[in-house]
Design a protein around this ligand. Structure first.
Ligand code: FAD
Length: 405
């Protein structure tokens, strides 16, 4: 197993249950990504109850709360201890190759040979930054959401946050509140109320079955694997954080960043449509919830259906922004993440450099993938999604090794 995040640990637990000897190699400490790659104020946007791992679930007195980073790290650390996972930390895997006998794993602590390997090294190792970042004027600082830790890291002055999914809107709010005027460039995004009809939206999605939708039962899995994260934040107030909440505090809204040229950012003219589409999709999901509640005879158990006001967009949102005139000193890229599989030297990549797989089963016998977006289910990349995937993939792996238990 490569990677001791929750996905690798969930798989480790399932392999142990089947009596499959294994080791988990981790370049840093357990839960390394949460320790080193997130910003200080981040809380999970999934409630505490929704971090169920094989043989382990939330036992505290705040099931609806949202974990801080130290709490998230402690949770995953505790899991590793409880399941007694055979983790070898501070071991960077530098190469994975295959031969007739199986796999050769090279690390900075020596070599391993194995019949089967599971890549659980994370879906969010690299911050995706568009090529136009190279065209930014020299006086504008470029920073990614993985480099950003706290507002004090950013010099005084205006900030352009590119991206309006969970990361972008959370950081836009935090930075704007710190006194640095923020402009948000919004492309496609998924809007959600934090609470709907008195219940958390994650509770609804779990209950209605949206998160359990399978990769082999939906129309376009390639598209589903690239859908941006939902606009959500986990705060004690359970507040909805959307573009309206941002413009309410004075954040400026512009369209998708299309190019940077001659000291100016150029934005797409589709902001209005993008926001209308996002409202439409949110309301469609809420319709599904309403139908579910009605069909299950539970309508009266919840608050009545309601809809958020449409996203407010000014009549003619600016199509250009002159960095100097607008006083923009920093561009923060919240434009998504991608995995780092540069150390994987086996012939399983597609034209776009992604590992080809069928629900985590690659074309190479004995090689598996965990923790990717919509790997086997909509919830696959969430902490809560690793359990079901690990149970199924460990069964497949056991079959490959000829173990029946
Ligand atoms: C900003 C952000 C917020 C998120 N919020 C939530 C949330 O609220 N709720 C939720 O359920 N999910 C959330 N997620 C999604 C998801 O839980 C995380 O991406 C999670 O970290 C994925 O778990 P993982 O075990 O697959 O990968 P990771 O946690 O990234 O673990 C992979 C491990 O592999 C190690 N590794 C990588 N390469 C190597 C190598 N070459 N050699 C050895 N070790 C290696 C890494 O150090 C790391 O420890 C969030 C993700 C991000 C980026």
């Amino acid at each position: 197993m490569i990677g001791a995040g929750h996905a690798g640990l969930a798989m480790s637990r399932c392999l142990a249950e089947r009596g499959i000897e294994h080791v988990v190699l981790e370049r840093g400490a357990i839960a390394n990504s949460w320790r080193t790659e997130r910003w200080d104020s981040l809380r999970l946007l999934t409630p505490n109850w929704q971090s169920r791992l094989p043989g382990f679930s939330y036992q505290g007195d705040d099931p609806d709360g949202f974990r801080t980073m130290p709490e998230t790290i402690a949770y995953i650390d505790t899991y590793a201890r409880v399941i007694d996972a055979p983790v070898q930390t501070r071991t960077l895997v530098t190469s994975l190759r295959n031969d007739d006998a199986g796999y050769l794993v090279q690390t900075d602590q020596g070599e391993w040979r194995c019949r089967s390997a599971v890549i659980a090294s994370g879906a969010c190792n690299i911050a995706s930054v568009p090529d136009c970042a190279r065209e930014l004027p020299a006086y504008v600082r470029s920073i990614t959401s993985m480099q950003y830790k706290r507002p004090g890291d950013i010099e005084p002055g205006g900030v352009l946050v590119v991206g309006a999914s969970a990361t972008g809107i959370q950081l836009a709010q935090e930075i704007h509140r710190s006194g640095r005027p923020v402009t948000v460039s919004a492309g496609e995004h998924i809007r959600m109320p934090r609470v709907y009809r008195g219940m958390d939206i994650q509770w609804w999605m779990d209950r209605v079955g949206v998160l359990d939708e399978r990769y082999d039962q939906i129309d376009d899995v390639v598209r589903a694997r690239n859908v941006p994260s939902m606009q959500l934040v986990g705060t004690p107030e359970r507040a909805t954080l959307d573009l309206n909440a941002l413009t309410d505090i004075g954040v400026k809204l512009v369209g998708r960043l299309a190019a940077v040229r001659d000291g100016k950012a150029l934005f797409s003219g589709s902001l209005r449509n993008v926001c209308a589409l996002s409202d439409l999709k949110m309301n469609r999901l809420l319709d599904v919830v309403d139908v579910w509640a009605r069909d299950h005879g539970l309508d009266s158990d919840f608050e009545p259906p309601a809809r958020l006001p449409a996203t407010r967009v000014e009549d003619s949102p600016p199509l250009t922004l002159d960095f100097e005139k607008a006083g923009i000193k920093t561009v923060l890229w919240a434009t998504g993440y991608s995995p780092d599989h540069s150390w994987v030297h086996v012939p399983v990549f597609d034209r776009k450099g992604r590992i080809r797989h069928d629900g985590g089963v690659t074309e190479l016998p004995g090689l598996y993938l965990m923790g990717m977006q919509f790997l086997r289910r909509r919830k696959s990349a969430l902490i809560d999604g690793a359990g079901d995937d690990a149970r199924e993939l460990s069964a497949h792996l056991a079959g490959f090794l000829g173990k029946t238990r």
